[in-house]
Design a protein around this ligand. Structure first.
Ligand code: DON
Length: 304
């Protein structure tokens, strides 16, 4: 299989697509991103990275960060995390509030906004907001083996000033007793993690531990059974109300972000990062999803 040719062909095909979706504008800083970009990077266990298009352009990973914070929270809390957040798909948009009232402030899963806010609250225990941000950034740097990875402060500020919907989710969960720290402290951590800025190449490296049973070289980031649990959640919940379609069309556990990125993991075989800023109707990258579909077809990497 000539992966170098495959990634180039996919990048070329995506460059000429005219329907590129729409960039997210509810976070003003993301609305300014040029939708005409596409990047793809594939890391393989022998260490080789195949990249094409804008694979070295940094973008806002947004909800993809939820995978990294979930890894940290599971490490710190184990199964007790599931008292605070569920493990079922929501079938609703990423920022939906409807289930929270009927379900007493316990979000369906850790990959929707409400669930990730609970995870951020868990990481806030015994830490200042700054310490929690440093723990998350440090984890991503360690996973990627790249100390230059950082939060884009303009993106974090942009969401801090406008994120009233997340504020509503957090206040509701606080009213239900499921948020232990002050709303603004938790949101500061959550908005900062979403504003982590990575290139496709860096993101593919950051995902290596998920492809390799939790380990990068000799560094154990999390045990193998946790990786299997995280990948199961990515497959069932990683694309929100588009998770079924992604599993059907691509067949690889993935996590999307409203910045247009997708991290997809083929256990034992590859960590894949794809990015194109324009989104489809469920808030997932339109061309990123299309590219993943082509890649799965060309490689036979569906997990099924
Ligand atoms: O909380 C938000 O709305 C954003 N910071 C992240 C949402 C997101 O990435 C949804 N993904 N497709």
């Amino acid at each position: 299989m000539d992966l170098s040719a495959i990634v180039s062909e996919i990048a070329e095909a995506m460059q000429s697509e005219t329907d590129r979706g729409a960039v997210a504008t509810y976070i003003p800083e993301l609305g300014a991103v040029d939708p005409d970009q596409f990047g793809l990077a594939i890391w393989q266990p022998d260490g080789e990275v195949f990249a094409a298009g804008d694979a070295d352009t940094p973008f806002s990973i947004q909800s993809i960060s939820k995978v990294f914070t979930l890894t940290l929270a599971m490490r710190e809390m184990g199964e007790s995390l599931w008292h605070r957040v569920g493990i079922e798909p929501s079938g609703n948009p990423f920022n939906s509030i409807v289930q929270l009232e009927a379900e007493h402030g316990k979000p369906r899963n850790p990959l929707i906004n409400a669930g990730a806010i609970i995870v951020a609250d868990c990481l806030a225990a015994g830490r200042s907001a700054g310490e929690a941000q440093a723990a998350v950034t440090g984890f991503v740097q360690r996973a990627a083996g790249d100390a230059s990875i950082a939060i884009n402060p303009a993106v974090a500020r942009s969401e801090l000033l406008t994120g009233q919907r997340n504020r509503a989710l957090a206040h509701f969960m606080s009213a239900e007793g499921n948020l232990r720290n002050p709303v603004e402290k938790v949101l500061e951590i959550y908005f900062a993690q979403c504003a982590l800025s990575l290139t496709c190449r860096q993101l593919a490296l950051a995902g290596r531990y998920l492809a390799m049973e939790g380990q990068v070289n000799d560094d154990v980031l999390t045990p193998p059974h946790r990786v299997r649990q995280i990948l199961a959640l990515m497959l069932t919940c990683g694309h929100y109300d588009g998770s079924g379609a992604f599993a059907y069309r691509v067949g690889i556990p993935g996590k999307s972000g409203v910045g247009g990125g997708i991290l997809a993991i083929v256990p034992g075989r590859a960590s894949i990062a794809v990015w194109s800023p324009g989104l489809g109707p469920n808030g997932n990258s339109l061309l990123g999803t299309r590219a993943m579909e082509l890649l799965a077809a060309r490689t036979g990497w569906s997990v099924f």
